[in-house]
Design a protein around this ligand. Structure first.
Ligand SMILES: *Cc1c(COP(=O)(O)O)cnc(C)c1O
Length: 391
């Protein structure tokens, strides 16, 4: 007999009863400092009073009607996102992969509508991650994601991040867009240089390509800006958001400029659940909270404190840790020993983290952490390293 639950994950043998702010309370009776935040989802921490209020209030009124009818919450949240970003219009769905699917379809539809259906290929980057649907695993192009799933969805070309000459060389008459994460998250918090982001924007302008950013992990305040593209001083044509957008309630969004959005005519795309009243009530409140004065400054400040503390720990334990990298509270701790040893030791000491590529332990705390939690983390990381040194 196999387990009734499909065995596609390998979860830690740990479950939780409840959460509050940056802490989770395990069914083992212990309290955990949550520096994984459900993989960069719980940006406002657990059980944020305003999110709880928004969800429960909406839950008592109306859950679902489908997109056969107008959903005022969608119109409101779209307006907030348009006002806060480069975008002119927003489409709502339920997850990151779905947001990327929409973005990829938008790229194709835009050129098809404008009489260039032969332009459909997208240049993407090695070591990236865009989700687990057939098109998004093809977009990432990694063998470990594609293996066993048959013919790869056509239309994606891959080059190394940071190599603008390789990007230029990959452009053909069929190229329609460039797709990139401003920080390669799953890839191990590999920050893409702002100069490279600007060079991509220039190239897209020169060669009539669309620039699509996957900000599913970097967005919604994680790097100290609402979206990470702001750091480079550029604007994309399409941007995808999910993860922290719903603070734990499933929701995704695909944002686009007018010329692209206009191609998505009635009937061209859709989702039954997409943008349902519950999701809109929560995500709308997430945007409100993050738009308050001082919110992003706090993320930057906590990120700096955390980095400074970690640099000290690395100095004290150079055989265990190598480097801290990332922006804001989107941090990657590159390890000298196997990253699993570090994350398991932290778990033993009551700290949750998320592993990433390139032997990195990702530190993705809720954005609402304070100096007390930063200090608590630094002390426990120091202790973890000491214990690892003592074998
Ligand atoms: C998590 C993630 C996705 C996929 O989101 P899902 O909600 O799991 O489908 C896509 N792109 C990036 C950069 C991500 O971090």
């Amino acid at each position: 007999m196999i387990p009734a639950l499909l065995s596609n994950y390998a979860p830690a043998d740990l479950s939780f009863e409840k959460g509050k702010g940056p802490y989770l309370y395990g069914n083992d009776g212990r309290r955990y400092l949550d520096f994984a935040a459900g993989i960069a989802v719980s940006g406002l921490g657990h059980a944020h009073p305003r999110l709880v209020a928004a969800l429960t209030e909406q839950a008592q009124k109306l859950w679902h009607v489908s997109n056969l009818f107008r959903i005022p919450g969608q119109e409101e949240l779209a307006r907030k996102l348009v006002d806060a970003t480069f975008a002119d219009a927003v489409y709502f769905c339920n997850s990151g992969a779905e947001a990327n699917e929409c973005g990829i379809k938008m790229v194709r539809k835009y050129f098809s509508t404008n009489g260039q259906p032969e332009k459909y290929r997208i240049i993407a980057f090695e070591n990236s991650f865009h989700g687990r649907t057939l098109a998004t695993i093809a977009a990432a192009g990694q063998e470990k994601l594609l293996a066993g799933f048959g013919p790869v969805v056509d239309g994606f070309d891959h080059v190394p991040v940071g190599d603008i000459e390789a990007v230029k060389a990959a452009i053909t008459d069929e190229t329609a867009a460039i797709l990139i994460e401003p920080v390669l998250g799953e890839g191990g918090i590999q920050v893409v240089e702002p100069e490279f982001m600007r060079a991509l924007r220039t190239l897209c302008d020169e060669r009539d390509l669309l620039l699509m950013l996957d900000e599913i992990q970097t967005g919604m305040g994680r790097t100290g800006k609402l979206f990470a593209y702001e750091h480079a001083g550029i604007k994309p044509d399409i941007l995808t958001s999910a993860k922290a957008l719903g603070g734990g309630f499933p929701v995704g969004a695909c944002l686009a400029v007018e010329k692209v959005a206009k191609a998505m005519t009635v009937g061209s795309h859709g989702s039954t659940y997409g943008g349902n009243p519950l999701a809109m009530a929560v995500a709308g409140t997430v945007v409100d909270v993050m738009s308050e004065k001082g919110f992003m400054d706090h993320v930057v400040e906590m990120g700096n404190h955390l980095k400074q503390g970690i640099v000290g720990v690395i100095d004290r334990h150079p055989d265990i840790l190598e480097e801290i990298r990332g922006i804001g509270l989107h941090l990657g701790l590159k390890c000298k020993v196997e990253n699993t040893l570090v994350s398991n030791k932290l778990l033993e000491l009551g700290v949750l983290t998320a592993k990433g590529g390139d032997n990195v332990v990702r530190l993705l705390p809720p954005l609402i952490i304070e100096d007390d939690e930063v200090s608590e983390f630094i002390n426990l990381l120091d202790e973890a390293c000491t214990e690892l040194e003592n074998g």
